[in-house]
Design a protein around this ligand. Structure first.
Ligand code: ASP
Length: 343
């Protein structure tokens, strides 16, 4: 019998309406289980481990990521795969983080949740969860996991986690992977795309990384942005890394002050990575003259990475290599587990 460990962190899928405030709050795990009798007695053994208390994902932070990854790591040998129930709001951050934390992963870790609580009649919870469990145990003819990656399953698509972004607060199709195709589609059958899957070395042991440095920031450029704003952010005490959200193919205003501020920050050892504000496509510094200053200032290219993946990757690399900026710079511009396309 296949075995799955279901790790519940919370999210809408586990929520009920608070009697006083009428706002949605996570219930306890027993209430959730009472709505999911399908988890018991089927042909997959599902064991449950839950956060206490369950969280709205706005309260999930790097400590929670470490807890999730540790749960997978501690019970890695016991299970064929893992499903993580999580709120949709920050699921792409958590799932991206775990993709970097669990090095040499060779079993599926599938994140899912729902847009409506499990107790609501029209909820998307059951379909999402039951299909995620099936995906977490799916094996090929040789007995190897079909998708041994950290993924997000939602509505009818399986995506590589570190390629996803929450795109919709209303529709059941809450996530998209703009720069990489779906790894599977679920209809009557689940159709996998094994040629798109990232495989680690099956013989390499699973390594767990849990040190994060949160001294990072996202700087989103906009027409008319003023020097004091940029300066204040880049002079934040302890700042080590910045995701610079630029226009189009990685472009920025050509104001001399912007170049000077960025250059001064890079010279101080702050790592600045260029990430386009567009969902689809890649940074291509040097394509337009308006990106030349960024190159001259020493800003790195983020290519087609998502903000969620870039930020979590940066935080983890800074945490894991606190005294080695060169190593962090080198790894930041490398594809570690399928999160970026570098040509
Ligand atoms: N606020 C919820 C959360 O992220 C939304 C959801 O789960 O869909 O936990």
């Amino acid at each position: 019998m296949s075995k799955v460990l279901l790790i519940s962190t919370g999210g809408t899928i586990t929520m009920v309406r608070d009697k006083k405030s009428r706002a949605l709050v996570p219930a306890d795990i027993e209430t959730f289980k009472s709505y999911m009798p399908e988890l018991v007695g089927g042909d997959i053994q599902v064991d449950i481990q839950a956060f206490d208390p369950l969280l709205d994902s706005s309260d999930v932070d790097p400590k929670s990521w470490a807890l999730m990854a540790q749960m997978v790591y501690d019970r890695y040998e016991e299970y064929d795969g893992f499903v993580i129930l999580h709120g949709t709001d920050t699921m792409s951050y958590s799932a991206s983080a775990l993709s970097f934390m669990l090095e040499n992963l060779s079993k599926p870790v599938v994140f899912t949740g729902s847009q409506l609580p499990v107790g609501v009649l029209r909820s998307d919870a059951k379909e999402n969860l039951l299909t995620a469990i099936e995906i977490a145990t799916a094996k090929d003819e040789d007995g190897n996991a079909i998708v041994p990656e950290v993924t997000i399953y939602f509505e009818d698509r399986l995506f590589r986690a570190n390629r996803t972004t929450k795109r919709n607060a209303e529709h059941f199709s809450a996530f998209n992977s703009y720069n990489y195709p779906a790894l599977a589609k679920a209809g009557v059958h689940i159709t996998y795309q094994p040629h798109l899957v990232h495989y680690s070395d099956l013989n390499a042991p699973l390594l767990l990384h849990t040190s994060f440095d949160c001294n990072v920031a996202v700087l989103k450029l906009f027409p008319g942005i003023q020097q004091p704003v940029v300066r204040a952010l880049l002079h934040t005490r302890g700042l080590k890394g910045v995701v610079l959200e630029t226009f189009g193919a990685g472009n920025a205003p050509t104001d001399k002050w912007l170049y000077r501020e960025l250059k001064a920050a890079v010279d101080k050892g702050i790592l600045i990575v260029n990430k386009t504000q567009c969902n689809t496509g890649s940074v291509e510094m040097g394509l337009y003259a308006v990106s030349l200053n960024l190159m001259k200032a020493g800003v790195l290219s983020g290519y087609d990475i998502t903000t969620e993946a870039l930020l979590t990757k940066m935080m983890l690399l800074l945490g894991e290599h606190p005294d080695d900026t060169d190593r962090v710079r080198e790894l930041l511009t490398k594809d570690l587990c399928g999160e970026v396309t570098i040509d």
